[in-house]
Design a protein around this ligand. Sequence first.
Ligand code: IPM
Ligand code: MG
Length: 360
Amino acid sequence: MNKTIAILPGDGIGPEIIAEAVKVLDVIAAKYGHTFDYQTVDIGGCAIDRYGVPILEEGMATCKAADSVLLGAVGGPKWDSCPPDIRPERALLAVRKELGLFANLRPTRLFPQLAAASPLREETIGQGVDLMIVRELTGGVYFGTHTTETVDGEPKATDIMAYAEHEIERIGRVAFETARKRRGNLISVDKANVLDTSRLWRATMHRLSAEYPDVQYSDMLVDATAMQLIRNPSQFDVIVTENLFGDILSDEASMLTGSIGMMPSASLSSGTLGMYEPIHGSAPDLAGQDKANPLGTILSAAMMLRYAFSMAAEADAIECAVHMVLDAGYRTGDIMQEGCTPVGCAQMGTLVADAITQIG
Ligand code: IPM
Ligand code: MG
């Protein structure tokens, strides 16, 4: 197959982790006879430095015209004082919105090799962690009106959280379908004891649940979910939640996997175009030192092959190679354990790429 991939390295460790994902994709292309045409797009702080805006219109057009989009990370302290409209994160939100990427899938799996790397006790995660967070990505407070004004001589800021029923329904359907393909259990997370958006969310999910009698459905309040994720993570199969709750819970859940550096994600639209990115940020403190963990990005590339290109064998090969490298004891700093071999970002990418060539 011939596929065009828009590559958005971004800021901080973004370019380093993306380079490793591309290394792995090149090995996949050679082994399985595909051609991947990469089109690099500047996004985030690097684009602000170069053009004064966090993404150019032509960059956005390149993303829209591609078969898929692979992103590293955006942002950093250097751009913290930029006005809200040209912050690096604005470009990421704009890509999500303009490409219609309303469904963000964040698989949270504990690699058994990393049980000791998780800050949680082994008896807590010992039952295994294998859950999927389905985060609504183009609505809620991220996309409501944001204002800062002066009222009675005092600064006052407002962020509007809004959801229309159709936005809830479409993410709900993705979640029910996802649960159907997994263990058939769906928990919808909200704050229906306080928020109107959550009450509409819950009512909509309940209505949908009647159409999916094979899925075991229940509701959980977001504060209780934060606790239950740490207390008893193996109870979760699929979690569906709104944008901000999903942002927070997915960082929390990443600790169940050993390190946030391990967690991939897929952002999907109602069409075939999607964006694939690790859930972590640009980690400016690690940038340029060959210390980042590229596995979240490499696993995001695997999700891209699986979801965007229907290349199941190729995606399996990447995931299998990651297991092989972890089995062999290689670790970046964030997942380092006694007795293991420390490696940098580039070597980790090379190890995964080499492992792919060894798979029969
Ligand atoms: C994420 C990130 C982004 C978000 C930031 C960088 C805007 O934290 O993908 O989880 O909040 O969605
Ligand atoms: Mg986040």
